[in-house]
Design a protein around this ligand. Structure first.
Ligand code: ATP
Length: 458
């Protein structure tokens, strides 16, 4: 399919998202607010469908996984134990003229000096910036790099002082570590097993860019898999394979657009034995991280045990051993998965734009039209079909314009099937079902429509 305009793929997707109600800039009537976005009616439906696929693959389809939903506010000591209060920081440089702020690692990476500059110390970043005469994107000199903590801080309670400081979750997974013991005890689980969670995270990111790719509020989709220390390597390999399959099989992404990047030893946390990023190819912004798969050892439980004074060990009844389990973490970002889904399934053919979602992801599973809006017998029959299918599935109704325009509009929001009620329907009880991807039409009996949709959803 030919692409002809000079708009980037990202620009096309951003504009489609806004036009059709997938994603809007938040507070737009006030001029928008700091890269925050709202999911509109179609975005909300797509979001729920993506979550459903994630949940089916990672939780419901497995017997060794449970899911929780933790609170956003947590005891402030959690963030001391996790290391976020002391060390959750990026290097910030400031344009000395405009006072705009940038991440030093991004300035260095954008200048193609190195691929991953995230582990540099402030002095190292300064030397690289100086030696390569790097400037801000506006061409101005940059300040020395300084560390900037990303935790979003606020106060809870009627007094604003040091005793009421709380943090919004810097990463969602902390509920899982803190809840590990009550989950274990209430579910009577034995190792190995995992705890999953889809939850909000907040980071005071220095720069936010690329639409919803990097925002200050986002959701993470976590799996924390608890196992015996000597089995951790084997589970780590298992989860790497599982994540590849999740993206290519469950989400239907093309394998060529999913790539893996191993963290350099100086890039990963001191306690981590290994760390890989799953990357997706986002058009012209290239391969970017969508999920991190981390071999975390027992660091998280050790820290929370130390800071809380609560025993978090596991007792193995079979061997009589007591120990802290190791954790393999798979932490994906919902926004990035949502954006990758749009990139993956966006197609165009001349002026025609299409989201070629698999039926399980499509916001609407089908759209129902009366051939003509001004023929009450057609409208009545079509309404009847629409109401019936709506009892089970999200179904769109459209009676505006001609059939061609309606097809075009449904293609653009990814509706896989368009069902038209015409004069033959009144006589024979069948309808025309048009397939979004092949544009082929077939006649289907009204009583078989539900089964037809159910089969496509499998
Ligand atoms: P990055 O290097 O892009 O800042 P990260 O390595 O800090 O990401 P993790 O802390 O490993 O990210 O978080 C796990 C996942 O959460 C990431 O793979 C990403 O999908 C998502 N994520 C992290 N930060 C953001 C953000 N600011 N906006 C949207 N998603 C994010």
């Amino acid at each position: 399919m030919a692409e002809k305009s000079s708009e980037t793929l990202m620009e096309k997707i951003v504009s489609l998202c806004k036009r059709r109600g997938f994603v809007f800039p938040s507070s737009e009537i006030y001029g928008g607010f700091a890269a925050t976005y709202d999911f509109g009616p179609l975005g909300f439906l797509l979001k729920k469908n993506i979550e459903k696929v994630w949940r089916r693959w990672n939780v419901e389809g497995r017997e060794d996984m449970v899911e929780i939903e933790g609170a956003i506010f947590m005891h402030p000591r959690v963030w001391e134990a996790s290391g976020h209060v002391g060390g959750f920081a990026d290097l910030l440089v400031e344009d000395l003229v405009t006072h705009k702020r940038y991440r030093a690692d991004h300035v260095i990476e954008d200048a193609k000096i190195m691929d991953n500059a995230g582990a540099l110390k402030a002095e190292e970043a300064d030397t690289i910036i100086k030696d390569n005469k790097l400037k801000s994107p506006d061409g101005n000199p940059l300040s020395p790099a300084k560390r900037f903590n990303l935790l979003v801080k606020t106060h809870l309670g009627p007094i604003e002082d040091d005793t009421t400081v709380v943090y919004l979750k810097g990463e969602s997974c902390q509920n899982i570590y803190v809840d590990w013991k009550p989950v274990l005890e209430s579910t009577h689980r034995k190792l190995p097993f995992g705890i999953a969670q889809i939850g909000k995270a907040f980071r005071n990111e220095i720069t936010v860019k690329n639409f919803i790719f990097r925002t200050r509020e986002f959701e993470q989709m976590d799996i924390q898999y608890f196992c015996r220390p000597e089995e951790a390597d084997q589970w780590y390999e298992y989860w790497k394979k599982n994540r590849q399959d999740f993206y290519t099989e469950a989400m239907g992404f093309s394998p060529a657009r999913v790539k893996w990047r191993q963290h350099d030893p100086d890039e990963r946390a001191f306690y981590a034995k290994d760390a890989w990023d799953v990357q997706y190819q986002f058009g012209e912004i290239g391969f970017q991280e969508i999920e991190g798969v981390h071999h975390r050892g027992n660091y998280d439980l050790t820290q929370h045990q130390k800071f809380s004074g609560t025993d978090l060990s596991y007792f193995d009844e079979a061997t009589g051993e007591r120990f802290l389990p190791y954790i393999v973490e798979c932490s994906g970002g919902f926004n990035r998965l949502f954006l990758a889904t749009l990139f993956e399934f966006y197609r165009e053919d001349g002026d025609r734009k299409m989201l070629s979602f698999p039926p399980k992801l499509a916001p609407y599973k089908a759209a129902v039209f009366p051939l003509l809006k001004n023929k009450p017998e057609l409208v009545e029959k079509a309404k009847n079909v629409y109401e019936n299918l709506r009892k089970k599935y999200m179904i769109a109704w459209d009676d505006r314009g001609n059939i061609g325009k309606r097809y075009y509009a449904q293609d653009e929001i990814g509706t896989p099937y368009c069902i038209t009620i015409d004069f033959d329907t009144l006589e024979h009880g069948d309808v025309t079902v048009r397939d979004r991807d092949t544009a082929k039409q077939e006649r289907v009996k009204i009583e078989d429509l539900e089964k037809f949709i159910a089969e496509k959803l499998e």
